[in-house]
Write a protein that binds this ligand. Structure first.
Ligand code: HEC
Length: 112
């Protein structure tokens, strides 16, 4: 009985610690799953999107704050780009921070 409640306390503490970190800076593990659909364009070498022909900026190694700001601007329509407006409009701020944390952690991995 004593052992059981001790375990619950420990589990609870770990969960709190993990979720606390996630809301503060973005969680790269959650971001990796969310970034899967972004990688179809942003992880491709050459960085050109065929329709419409457009330069696709590199995100790997980009500052997290820059990525979050850009996504908020696309979502709000302050940066006019139909492709990225569509991609950003369904994301919550937490999801943007998670994605940004994932791409920011990829220093030096994407091509140039
Ligand atoms: C269909 C291709 C495509 C997909 C999918 C896509 N993007 Fe983009 N993204 C672009 C293009 C093209 C631009 C450049 C738009 C412009 O000129 O403003 C861009 C720009 C950006 C920028 C601005 C980068 C900079 O240097 O200014 C960010 C941040 C970004 N995308 C994040 C994402 C995220 C996060 C996802 C997934 C949720 C995503 N994109 C999915 C094509 C795509």
């Amino acid at each position: 009985m004593y052992k059981h409640s001790l375990c619950s306390l420990l589990t609870c503490g770990v969960l709190l610690a993990v979720s606390g970190t996630a809301s503060a800076v973005g969680n790269p593990v959650a971001g990796k799953a969310l970034a899967f659909e972004c990688s179809g364009c942003h992880a491709v070498r050459g960085y050109r999107y065929d329709y419409p022909t457009n330069h696709v900026p590199r995100l790997g190694g980009q500052h997290a704050a820059y990525i979050v700001n850009a996504l908020k601007e696309y979502k709000a329509g302050e940066r006019p780009n139909p492709t990225m407006h569509a991609n950003a409009s369904t994301l919550t701020t937490q999801q943007m921070e998670d994605i940004a944390a994932y791409f920011a952690s990829q220093k030096g991995q994407s091509g140039r």
